[in-house]
Design a protein around this ligand. Structure first.
Ligand SMILES: [Zn+2]
Length: 592
């Protein structure tokens, strides 16, 4: 894939423009409107289409793709707009060196080589030497129509077939070496990288073959799956298997089905579910999530249920949630992967299971139910602790409360108890009857009393608090210093040991705090502490944001544009990690 194309497909135009223009969703589709940044207006006539990745203004006819937008609004040439977008989105720039012409020559040669390899592999599969591979495919119920659709093939075991074919075409050796299709032998000459494997071509979103996955046909061939190495046209982190075939269906069905492997994609596709993609052999990346998100915000994750993938699954799910995707999880009974399930129970049954897939949260509650004994009070609280961190990450307060209520019902916990956790610190409806010590701000008070009451809150909270400079400005700083010191020591925490480290003034503060806010259970205290810490962390991040903005201004003033660009990248990364809505007014630049 061309680097510009790679950047374009990794960048969501709605987000990119949303950094400059306040956009509102218009109607059901991925369409957004806002005030045009290119002409003066009071009612919005500027539209951005997230699915088709373009913008258009009905007032002044400004239009184009994300590059046109950045060029126009930042006053940049194409290459600099490309560079800006790449850096903002954490996409590494290709190393400079060979002149651009040599570069594009290389890329088109690589594309040709891949096309030739795909044709050769497909031919092999139909030839007499393809018998074993054909038997394997038929054994897994992959019909011939799918061989064609997915361009399945076979690499020749001898390791010289593709070498000969590419040699005949006379590519320069350095191009051949960078193709990832051949390997150089120490004694000179090349050999085929894929040998005796069932071959799955991997395509760019625009449909060009850019890499391969090769599956071993014999049990003693290792590894089971071998993928193309990274090449100038194949960046694993940016590519989703089958996206070029699936994207129209993803838009039409307004959902993507995310599975793990090539065979899963083919099985699910054959079941009539065409909106299916796989991350093929790597942990899901941001860029992959964004390339789904451009087509739909809804995704059903149907990974193999084996425990090996459990952590990767968790991480993938979190990544999807962080990108504001609506996530459902399909866990098939009996430990079947999607491909096996379709073969055993049929397409109809699979589609029904997809439609009924649990929301991410209900899937999580089910996991809590399976892991903890909910007949006991301890088990229910363990289950609650298991789901709480995820609930706390839901950005919208109303949704957070709704999901928490659901969680309570699922886990058999009192709703009132649960909702209690989502009260904002300092605005509790049942304010303590005892007067609070006026000199201690409420957040400090709530945090401190919770830390004293809950070992869990101390274990998780103190390390996080060490990283927040604001703690050094607390009225109760001596008490926090004592808590940090005790935490660094071995042994159980005792209130008396804490007191012993304080002078009279600090001891009085601590007493007042603990009297003002009685925290009952350890779990209430834990949730309260976490809520306070999150608030502090957010405030901390905001301070970092404004510090970065000031640096950018200063660098721009001093003419250090490279530096300003770099810091802008950092700023945007931080903003994204906060999930903060872009704060800029229409027409203003990000460097404000
Ligand atoms: Zn306009």
């Amino acid at each position: 894939m061309d680097f510009a194309e790679q950047v374009k497909s990794s960048v969501d135009i709605v987000k990119a423009i949303g950094e400059y223009v306040r956009l509102k969703k218009a109607g059901a589709g991925p369409r957004y409107t806002g005030l045009c940044p290119f002409h003066s207006e009071k009612t919005p006539s500027f539209s951005v289409h997230g699915g088709h990745q373009f913008y258009y203004c009905f007032g002044c006819n400004a239009k184009g793709d994300v590059f046109n937008f950045i060029m126009a609004i930042e006053g940049l040439e194409f290459f600099d707009a490309l560079k800006l977008l790449a850096e903002r989105n954490g996409i590494p720039l290709p190393p400079r060196g060979a002149p651009a012409t040599r570069d594009s020559e290389l890329r088109s040669a690589l594309a040709e080589m891949h096309q030739a390899a795909a044709a050769l592999f497909a031919e092999n599969l139909r030839s007499p030497q393809g018998e074993e591979a054909r038997r394997y495919l038929l054994g897994r119920h992959v019909a011939e129509s799918e061989w064609d659709e997915f361009g399945l093939g076979l690499s020749e075991p001898g390791g010289q077939q593709l070498v000969r074919k590419l040699e005949k075409r006379g590519y320069p050796e350095e191009f051949v070496e960078q193709s990832g299709l051949l390997r150089r032998r120490p004694e000179g000459g090349f050999y085929d990288y894929f040998r005796g494997r069932l071959m799955f071509p991997i395509h760019s979103e625009s449909g060009a073959v850019i890499g391969f996955g090769g599956r071993a046909l014999r049990p003693d061939d290792q590894p089971k799956y071998l993928n193309s190495p990274e090449t100038p046209i194949y960046r694993k982190s940016a590519v989703l298997y089958n996206l070029h075939r699936a994207r129209n269906a993803i838009r039409k069905q307004d959902r993507a089905v995310l599975v793990e492997g090539y065979m899963d994609v083919i099985g699910v596709w054959a079941a009539g579910v065409h909106e299916v993609v796989a991350s093929c052999g790597t942990a899901l990346t941001n860029q992959q999530v964004r390339s789904i998100h451009r087509h739909s915000e809804r995704v059903v994750v149907n990974f193999d249920p084996d425990a090996a993938g459990a952590n990767a699954t968790e991480r993938s799910l979190q990544m999807l949630l962080d990108e504001n995707m609506r996530v459902r999880v399909l866990a098939l009974e009996g430990g079947l992967d999607p491909d096996e399930f379709v073969r055993q129970s049929g397409s109809e049954a699979y589609r029904a299971r997809l439609d009924r897939a649990a929301t991410y949260f209900h899937w999580l509650f089910d996991r809590a139910r399976a892991r903890f004994d909910l007949h006991s009070v301890e088990g229910r609280l363990e289950g609650w602790k298991f789901v709480l961190p995820v609930l706390q990450r839901i950005p919208d307060r109303l949704e957070r409360v709704a999901v928490a209520t659901d969680a309570a019902d699922y886990l058999g916990i009192d709703r009132v108890y649960v909702l209690d956790k989502f009260r904002r610190p300092g605005s509790a409806p049942h304010a303590p009857a005892r007067p609070a010590p006026a000199s201690v701000p409420s957040l400090e008070r709530l945090l401190l009393s919770a830390l004293v009451a809950s070992p869990e809150a101390r274990a998780e909270g103190l390390p996080r608090l060490r990283d927040i400079p604001a703690v050094q400005l607390f009225t109760t700083k001596p008490v926090f210093d004592a808590l940090f010191a005790l935490d660094a020591q071995e042994g159980e925490f005792r209130f008396a040991a804490l007191e012993a480290r304080l002078d009279d003034a600090a001891r009085a503060l601590l007493a007042a705090v603990c009297l003002a806010d009685e925290v009952s259970g350890g779990e209430v205290a834990y949730a309260q502490a976490m809520e306070c810490i999150r608030e502090l962390e957010q405030a901390n991040s905001k301070m970092q944001l404004s510090a970065l903005k000031n640096r950018i201004k200063e660098m721009t003033r001093n003419g250090d544009l490279d530096g300003a660009l770099r810091i802008t990248g950092e700023l945007n990364r931080l903003q994204r990690s906060l999930g903060a809505p872009p704060a800029n007014e229409p027409g203003s630049s990000v460097v404000n």
